[in-house]
Design a protein. Structure first.
Length: 282
């Protein structure tokens, strides 16, 4: 690999990381404000509003940016949104797919069906998950994001928010560098060759690719669909499981490894099964 390609990989990783800055900073400001000023009354209201979280999360998630999935992961790690809301955001997140589809006549025709499918799947799955966890799961508890991080409790909300934002951005930059480098080395043609065109198993493979915590995964899946290598159901499966950098943030910020595994498995199964159902029906 020559230096020019290495520089391009670094530039792409840096741009992808910087685009997340406003989303992460605002999310941390909100969480720090909640930790410093939330009262029992406000907490009660938050829990009441949270019942509509899957609906709001699915609608916000379809905005073509993966920043919302990163913000949702932070809020979930802090106990401020439900797991159903988090899954709804992940399933509806579209990040770079929509801008790519706008540039293609076939893609423009499928934008509305894609968005509607992802939002509907997110809403239904989110409410179902919250319903199940309300009956059989233990409730999440708020915890202090600044625990053992060195933040001064008397420094207000700006300094801790800046500290956490910088910390997670460096982590994301490193991850983007590794993932972009791997995609550059393997190439999209080699990755496409492992996809089973026309097979009912293709959505399961696409959903697995979608789990790669990088916007490059959704770009690749969208381009493969526009090139005819993926069915619409498979593309839907991959874009539903493709939560962008949200999964990486979840793994970094959420303390419970068991919860993280459950969330990833749930996201994958919902995305793959829904994609397979769409492929069979249409």
């Amino acid at each position: 690999m020559d230096w020019e390609r290495i520089i391009d990989i670094f530039k792409d990783a840096l741009i992808d990381t910087v685009k997340l800055l406003p989303f992460l900073f605002v999310a941390y400001l909100l969480m720090e404000a909640a930790e410093h000023h939330i009262s029992e009354k406000m907490e009660s209201r938050l829990q009441t509003v949270g019942k509509l979280g899957p609906l709001v999360g699915a609608v916000l998630g379809c905005v073509p940016q993966c920043g919302f999935s990163a913000a949702a992961s932070n809020l979930y790690a802090a106990g401020l949104v439900t797991r159903g809301t988090l899954i709804a955001v992940f399933l509806s997140t579209s990040d770079e797919a929509l801008p790519l589809m706008i540039g293609s006549s076939e893609g423009r025709r499928m934008i509305l069906p894609l968005i509607l499918c992802k939002v509907v799947i997110g809403v239904i799955a989110g409410f179902a998950i919250d319903l199940v966890l309300k009956k059989w799961g233990r409730p999440r508890e708020l915890y202090d994001l600044c625990e053992n991080c060195g933040c001064d409790e008397e420094s207000g909300i700006l300094k801790p928010a800046l500290w956490h934002t910088t910390h997670i951005l460096l982590y994301i930059l490193l991850l983007n560098l590794l993932l972009n480098g791997a995609i550059e080395l393997l190439g999209q043609e080699r990755i496409a060759s492992i996809l089973l065109s026309g097979s009912i198993l293709q959505p399961f493979i696409a959903a697995l690719i979608g789990l790669i915590p990088n916007c490059a995964a959704s770009v690749m899946l969208t381009q493969l669909y526009l090139a005819g290598s993926l069915s619409f159901g498979s593309c839907l499966a991959g874009l539903c499981s493709g939560a962008g950098i949200g999964l990486a943030v979840l793994l970094r910020m959420n303390k419970s490894k068991r919860e993280n595994i459950q969330i990833i498995v749930t996201l994958y199964l919902i995305a793959a099964l829904c994609g397979a159902a769409v492929q069979l029906l249409f």
